[in-house]
Design a protein around this ligand. Structure first.
Ligand code: HEC
Length: 209
């Protein structure tokens, strides 16, 4: 009869260390099972948080519909872009500086201040008009067939945007109708006329030839 060895666990030699390691790892893992396993609660909570967070974000920053369209709400930290200034509104404001001479009616003062309403200078060449505003005008000057001999102050300390706006305004008030003057044109004419003094009828005619 052959002898049976190692039947008594008490007498087992040390178990194989690789086997022990695998046993430990197997204990941690679930046996794969057939059928449908319930969704883990942590996963459901995570999905709920995403949905709730997204809903809150859209509600908070999404803006709302008003009679004029979608009004966007500012996103924290990013200041909202200022709405573009309507040149006719800004222009009317700037025109406050011209009122005392050219009058609210745009008709000026007979014999002293020329009219802007129907003026060939207001409705004509925009480059020349910008040049008049930037540098001012002095001496005899004929507008709509009448001669004036006074002085028009220079407005070059005003921003390009303000000058463009006031010119757009006077080109479209009191029955005047002409296209807008752009800020870029003012910038360009400002560069072109840098270092020049106030115009006289003759130098202006030369410039605008
Ligand atoms: C202190 C009075 C005075 C003020 C203020 C004044 N102007 Fe004039 N403006 C004149 C005079 C005077 C002339 C004619 C120049 C001359 O006689 O040599 C003139 C001429 C003009 C002309 C060309 C001629 C015409 O009638 O079309 C324009 C355009 C004009 N002004 C626009 C303006 C605008 C725009 C403002 C305001 C930003 C303004 N002026 C402010 C006195 C003034």
């Amino acid at each position: 009869m052959s002898q049976v060895t190692n039947q008594n666990p008490e007498q087992d030699p040390q178990p194989d260390p690789v086997f022990t390691l695998h046993m430990a790892a197997m204990r941690e893992m679930q046996e794969p099972r057939d059928g449908i396993a319930p969704t883990p609660v942590s996963y459901i909570i995570m999905c709920l948080l995403f949905v709730l967070g997204g809903g809150w974000y859209l509600g908070y920053y999404g803006g709302e519909w008003t009679a004029n369209g979608l009004s966007e709400r500012p996103i924290a930290g990013i200041p909202p872009a200022p709405p573009p200034q309507d040149p006719m509104v800004l222009g009317k404001e700037v025109f406050g500086a011209c009122l005392q001479c050219h009058q609210e009616s745009g008709l000026g003062v007979a014999g002293t201040y020329p009219p802007l309403a129907g003026s060939e200078y207001v409705l004509g060449d925009k480059r020349r008009l910008v040049a008049i505003l930037l540098k001012g005008l002095n001496g005899e000057f004929v507008v709509k067939g009448n001669t004036y001999n006074s002085q028009m102050p220079a407005w070059e300390i005003r921003e390009d945007e303000e000058i463009a706006a006031v010119l757009t305004y006077i080109r479209n008030s009191w029955g005047n109708k002409a296209d807008a003057v752009s800020k870029d044109l003012v910038t360009a004419v400002r560069k072109e006329t840098a270092g020049r003094g106030e115009w006289r009828a003759a130098t202006l005619a030369e410039f605008a030839k």
